[in-house]
Design a protein around this ligand. Structure first.
Ligand SMILES: C[S@@+](CC[C@H](N)C(=O)[O-])C[C@H]1O[C@@H](n2cnc3c(N)ncnc32)[C@H](O)[C@@H]1O
Length: 179
């Protein structure tokens, strides 16, 4: 989901992949993404889909429909979709029962002063950073998208106070769609 220019592609273990569909909204990223697919030696195992992940008809052309996907990797993307709750529910639907949602996102701080700073910067930040919103409760949005299996799921919100002082504190984890 939102692979951008493919910065994260070298994290994938080629031997464990059947096929990756990289759904990227920004058409300007398609060409560098394709170049990165070659660098990461993922040719034949990676299809770039140019468009929005919410575009059900586009995804269906590639056989991606509700209940069809083994795993979704979402890194630094939920901050910039226009309706994160809706997008997240759709990604939950796309997963097979037992499918995995793997994520590393930033979120609204739990520290009051930092939240004020996030709110102060947000309008300019969104304008300059392609719609990136600093003030979303991303962990809750992910958690509330559907029913996750508590046995094997992990969701971690950085706990140290210092991380709450960052304007981009993190939430990360892997959640398993309940069978
Ligand atoms: C901050 S970048 C992160 C890129 C990549 N995941 C990484 O970690 O380097 C967010 C990416 O999500 C893409 N994006 C935003 N909304 C999207 C959507 N609705 N469907 C697909 N991609 C989207 C943007 O075009 C951008 O490339």
């Amino acid at each position: 989901m939102g692979p951008g220019v493919g910065t994260q592609l070298d994290r994938f273990d080629k031997l464990k992949i059947d096929h990756i569909y990289g759904v990227e909204l920004n058409p300007a990223f398609v060409s560098p993404l394709l170049a990165e697919v070659e660098t990461a030696e993922l040719q034949g195992k990676y299809t770039v889909i140019s468009g929005a992940v919410e575009d059900e008809r586009l995804l269906a052309e590639y056989g991606l429909k509700a209940g069809s996907v083994d795993s979704i990797v979402c890194i630094g993307t939920l901050c910039s979709v226009s309706n994160p709750e809706q997008t997240m529910r759709w990604m939950y639907e796309l997963l097979k029962p037992g499918g995995v949602f793997i994520f590393w996102e930033h979120r609204r701080s739990r520290d009051f002063l930092t939240r004020l700073v996030q709110g102060f910067w947000n309008p300019l930040w969104q304008f300059v950073m392609g719609g990136c919103n600093l003030s979303r409760s991303t962990g809750d949005i992910i958690r509330n998208a559907g029913v996750w299996d508590p046995r094997d799921s992990e969701i971690e919100v950085q706990k140290s106070l210092a991380s709450e002082w960052s304007i981009m504190p993190r939430v990360e984890g892997r959640l398993i769609k309940r069978v």
